[in-house]
Design a protein around this ligand. Structure first.
Ligand code: ATP
Length: 210
């Protein structure tokens, strides 16, 4: 039986930008994943604040940004759930949907590494899927050896083997929100249909919260 490989990419995508799609495409190639599922979150697991754009706007922007890549899909299951939603629940749902012959890969940027010990049921998540840490501009290369004392050598080796040296794209949603709120140019950071959508709907024009 040929093993299927599916990558899952969670985030607030507030808004989705060229950094997200570029590293996701590189990760898909590295993993040889047949598809990447973008899964917008109601909010970041460890942040109290909600995204600035509403759920519908974020879904529409993701739809516009992924339209040209046949491997990219959107799944809004986390937006439909009553809070709180956790990654382990999402991964288990996909594992049930796709079946045990499918290997799941959960993508995270290098900035997320230090938060992982605080994620809900992180040990089960490490065991359940392949957490793939991607390189990110402005962050150190992902290194899990510092977590050996809490997760054990085997889990740390699994995490290290799944690190993906994605291209360094110096773009973040918070920088985009800041630039839009201060009237600066963001054209190089966004897919042009997303930039058009933001302009047409007047998104991100108030002072950013972060
Ligand atoms: P913010 O600036 O608001 O924190 P963000 O740009 O990090 O947002 P998120 O939607 O929070 O965007 O990111 C979703 C996932 O994508 C996270 O795991 C994050 O680390 C990763 N990611 C986002 N931008 C990049 C990038 N340029 N390179 C690599 N990974 C990225």
């Amino acid at each position: 039986m040929i093993e299927r490989k599916i990558a899952l990419f969670g985030g607030t995508f507030d808004p989705i930008h060229l950094g997200h799609t570029t590293v996701a495409a590189a990760a898909a190639e590295h993993i040889r994943a047949e598809k990447i599922v973008f899964i917008p979150a109601r909010r970041s697991p460890l942040k109290d604040t909600f995204p600035e754009a509403g759920d519908d706007d974020r879904v529409k922007m993701i739809t516009l940004a992924i339209a040209e890549n046949k491997k990219f899909q959107l799944n809004d299951c986390e937006l439909k759930k009553a809070e709180p939603g956790y990654t382990i629940e999402t991964v288990r749902k996909f594992q049930t949907d796709f079946g045990s012959e499918t290997s799941l890969y959960w993508l995270v940027g290098a900035d997320t590494i230090d938060e992982l010990p605080r994620w809900y049921r992180i040990v089960e998540l490490i065991d359940q899927c392949n957490i793939c840490a991607m390189y990110r501009a402005g962050c150190k290369a992902p290194d899990f050896t510092k977590f050996t004392h809490i997760w054990g050598l085997q889990r740390v080796q699994k995490l290290q083997q799944n690190v993906i040296q994605t291209p360094l794209i110096d773009i973040s949603s918070s920088e985009i929100r800041h630039r839009l709120a201060t009237g600066q140019d963001v054209t190089d950071m966004l897919h042009s249909p997303v930039a058009d959508y933001i302009r047409e709907h007047g998104l991100y024009h108030s002072k950013p919260k972060n």
